[in-house]
Design a binder for this molecule. Structure first.
Ligand code: NI
Length: 254
């Protein structure tokens, strides 16, 4: 039985949890979960995440506009965001970033919205939660330009890109992908990321670890991911959970 689990990235306002959200969340603490960062996709979901974080002491909220939603952002979304982040339960701007796999918004629009929120977060000394899917070069370039603090979640780059990212002071978020059979790069990254920059996450309801792939993910499945990271690093899963919880508290809660 594990404890001290800080899930640094989840989406508990997703409709996948509509049928049992409250009973599930109420069960997390007895499963050893001490913290959850629930992430937004747009202004509306930022509001729902904050409402959730206000009801549960161990849940914290990130507010922001995702790459997928970039072209739907209202003209004045930054002023809406500015009032949302005044809420003390909001501890990050996220998730924000670039997604060149789905390209749900034109790349130029994704970049504009990402840059605006990087600048917004830096001005307020808030950490960012960055989504990078097949956009490694542009994400790295913008992190170099704005120098935010934060995390690249569900890190999918090489060990070399991880080192460049850590040099900028960014944390590396690892999730269910480290348990996948074809997980060569995530396992290499898991083995090599410096302890003080490692975060663990679920991306619930997505990225379900082996052996539950195909099912809905929630924070109680983190131990499978912790065990895979521990195997790569030659330590125990509880050690992985302890260090990642300490890192998440340092990044989001101090
Ligand atoms: Ni996510």
């Amino acid at each position: 039985m594990y404890n001290n689990i800080f899930d640094s990235h989840a989406h508990y306002c997703d409709e996948a949890f509509d049928s049992d959200r409250e009973s599930l969340l109420a069960s997390l603490e007895e499963a050893g979960i001490c913290g959850v960062m629930t992430c937004a996709e747009d202004i509306k979901s930022s509001e729902s995440n904050i409402a959730l974080a206000q009801r549960y002491d161990f849940i914290w909220a990130a507010a922001g506009v995702h790459a997928h939603e970039a072209s739907n952002a209202e003209e004045d979304y930054l002023s809406a965001l500015a009032s949302l982040v005044e809420n003390p339960r909001v501890r990050a701007v996220g998730e924000i970033g670039l997604d060149y796999h789905y390209d749900f918004s034109p790349r130029e629009v994704q970049k504009k919205i990402f840059e605006q929120q990087l600048e917004f977060a830096v001005e307020r000394s808030l950490p960012v939660i960055v989504h990078d899917r097949e956009a490694h070069e542009d994400v790295l370039e913008l992190l170099r330009k704005y120098r935010p603090k934060g995390v690249v979640h569900c890190f999918s780059g090489s060990a070399e890109l991880m080192r460049e990212t850590v040099k900028l002071g960014m944390y590396i978020g690892l999730g269910g992908a480290v348990t996948f059979k074809n997980a060569r790069k995530p396992v290499e990254v898991a083995a090599q990321v410096p302890s003080e920059y490692l975060l663990i996450e679920t991306d619930s309801p997505y990225m379900t670890p082996v052996p539950f792939r195909g099912k809905r993910c929630d924070s109680r499945l983190i131990p499978y991911t912790a065990e895979a990271i521990a195997l790569a690093r030659g330590c125990t899963a509880q050690e992985v959970l302890d260090i990642t919880a300490e890192n998440a508290r340092r990044l989001f809660l101090e």
